[in-house]
Design a protein around this ligand. Structure first.
Ligand SMILES: NC(=O)C1=CN([C@@H]2O[C@H](COP(=O)(O)OP(=O)(O)OC[C@H]3O[C@@H](n4cnc5c(N)ncnc54)[C@H](O)[C@@H]3O)[C@@H](O)[C@H]2O)[C@H](O)CC1
Ligand code: K
Length: 511
């Protein structure tokens, strides 16, 4: 069933699972473009023609009832793609209006050629002076990977007009205004119903504002040979759920509770027992054999009333931790830890402990006060904690999330998980950062981060190395949230996603 024209709400869940896993930055895509032209008799005009035709085929298949198209063109090769789309539409008998923000006389190279061919086919080009009231589809050919600065003046006005219009929007290559490298918006960005990306998917589609602005992502490789693609290493990669799921394989029949490790979770200062309780339950649901919680005496007695499988220990000082650390396969510290004397004492006891360490929440704030670096830990900051760890503002972190996660990893080593829309995982060179393309805004509620801490700790306890445990854990956490969100994103609780972990881990939900 195709969405009726004008149905702006047509924003089906991004079906990204069939897309390539390699993610590129703009400079890498330009390198691929050059390599494709150097290694074949292809020309830039051939690639542009293929891009525009692929986009028009998508229009015909997804908006088959759309008969009047408005193509918004800028001044670069993204506009060139738009002129190819416009010409294909004219050839198909559609009503087409090309509204340009740049005088066509100032176009250059392939874009100029495509504008001339469009005109020769009977197409008209008008200066942009606002959008028509009635149009079935808007095609965004303003800016692609050449975005170089914040949108201003008519460019900002055009993007705002598109976002205010009822018609669905197809963005060519990149929603105009979205930074292809970081997923940040440059002043504003087109909120597309769908984006068709050429040659390679962009890093910025899957993090920051990207998931919100791209809508449903489609891909057109323009028949670039695999040998050419192999010449440019992608900057990042989407986590391939199938590889992740295989990593967890079936359990040996001879298994016993010692087989799956012993997680020790440290946290829960007075008044903050919920966080460490959620982390503990998540660790159990993610398959840890044993889970112990070291927490403040104020609430130790009641912490496992609703989950007796948790072993809860009251710890007053770091000295009380010693026997628990002995028995632990992996230690997670931070949920509800607080930054007072009690929490600080426990943190100092484990920061250099010879055990794999998962560091979250307040423990990250204590780490920011006295930086240290280890190869075997996993840090799981949200943007605010990341800012404190970097001595930057949260705005700076969010403006370039891929850059921020790499700076964190180079400074603190280990594996860094930068949470937020499009969680990033960086385990340091030579592996490119990984991005999880699952998840939804239902995760923006208290306790979901604590659950992730417990999941990652449980996966390390079951034998995954920190990098794998972080990638698998982030993916499992996000997919459990997607399953839970079927009952509604609003009002989704951390406990709802914890309750879905078994089904996701056990492969009952592989879509
Ligand atoms: N392999 C490929 O890369 C292919 C790319 N194709 C399309 O080409 C664009 C990239 O084209 P490019 O000319 O490099 O850049 P843009 O068209 O995105 O625009 C750059 C153009 O716009 C000006 N500009 C930049 N930022 C702003 C701003 N904030 N406000 C106003 N103007 C701005 C800049 O000065 C340039 O003049 C790619 O995305 C694809 O769509 C082909 O499709 C095929 C292969
Ligand atoms: K665009």
């Amino acid at each position: 069933m195709h969405p009726p024209a004008g149905d702006k709400t047509y924003r089906a869940l991004p079906a990204v699972r069939h897309l390539p896993y390699a993610l590129y930055r703009a400079d890498e895509l330009r390198a691929l473009d050059r390599a494709a032209l150097d290694e074949s008799d292809l020309t830039g005009a051939d690639l542009m023609e293929r891009a525009g035709q692929a986009a028009y085929r998508l229009i015909r298949s997804r908006w088959s009832s759309a008969r009047s198209l408005t193509v918004l063109c800028g001044g670069g090769n993204n506009a060139g793609d738009g002129y190819v789309v416009a010409r294909a539409a004219v050839g198909h008998g559609d009503q087409v209006r090309v509204l340009t923000l740049v005088d066509p006389a100032r176009l250059r190279g392939d874009a100029l050629a495509m504008a001339q061919v469009y005109r020769a086919a009977g197409g008209a080009i008008e200066p942009f002076a606002g959008l028509p009231q009635r149009t079935d589809l808007i095609v965004d050919a303003l800016l692609g990977i050449g975005l170089a600065r914040d949108l201003e003046g008519p460019w900002l006005a055009a993007v705002q007009a598109v976002n205010a219009h009822r018609a669905p929007v197809l963005a060519l290559d990149v929603p105009s205004g979205l930074d292809a490298d970081t997923g940040a918006m440059r002043g504003d960005a087109v909120r597309a119903s769908a984006t068709i990306s050429f040659i390679g998917l962009k890093v910025g589609f899957f993090t920051g504002e990207g998931p919100e602005r791209c809508g449903r992502i489609h891909f057109a490789g323009l028949e670039i040979p695999a040998t050419t693609l192999a010449r440019v290493l992608p900057s990042a990669r989407r986590i391939d759920w199938r590889r992740v799921a295989d990593r967890l394989g079936p359990r040996p029949r001879t298994a016993h509770k010692g087989t799956f490790g012993h997680v020790l979770i440290i946290g829960g200062a007075p008044g903050f027992s919920g966080a460490v309780r959620l982390a503990g339950e998540a660790a159990l649901r993610a398959g840890a054999g044993l889970v112990s919680i070291a927490t403040h005496p104020d609430h130790a007695r009641c912490l496992n009333l609703t989950r007796p499988e948790l072993m809860v220990h009251a710890v007053d000082t770091a000295a009380d931790l010693a026997p628990l650390l002995e028995r632990a396969t992996v230690v997670a510290i931070g949920p509800g830890l607080g930054q007072g004397a009690w929490g600080r004492d426990l943190w100092l006891a484990v920061v250099s402990l010879p055990r794999p360490l998962i560091v979250d929440a307040d423990a990250l704030n204590l780490l920011a006060e006295a930086p240290a670096a280890r190869a075997d830990w996993v840090l799981t900051p949200h943007p605010g904690e990341a800012a404190r760890l970097l001595g930057e503002s949260t705005v700076q972190v969010q403006r370039d999330r891929p850059g921020a996660v790499s700076r964190l990893q180079r400074r603190y080593l280990g594996v860094v998980v930068l949470k937020g829309a499009g969680t990033l995982i960086d385990a340091g060179p030579p592996r490119p950062p990984a991005i999880c393309s699952d998840g939804n805004p239902g995760l923006a509620s208290g306790g979901t981060g604590d659950a992730l801490t417990g999941i990652i700790a449980a996966l390390v306890a079951q034998g995954l190395d920190p990098d794998e445990a972080a990638s698998v854990g982030v993916c499992v956490h996000a997919r459990a949230a997607d399953v839970a969100a079927r009952d509604g994103e609003r009002g989704m609780l951390a406990g709802d996603l914890i309750a879905r972990l078994r089904a996701v881990l056990d492969g009952q939900d592989r879509r």
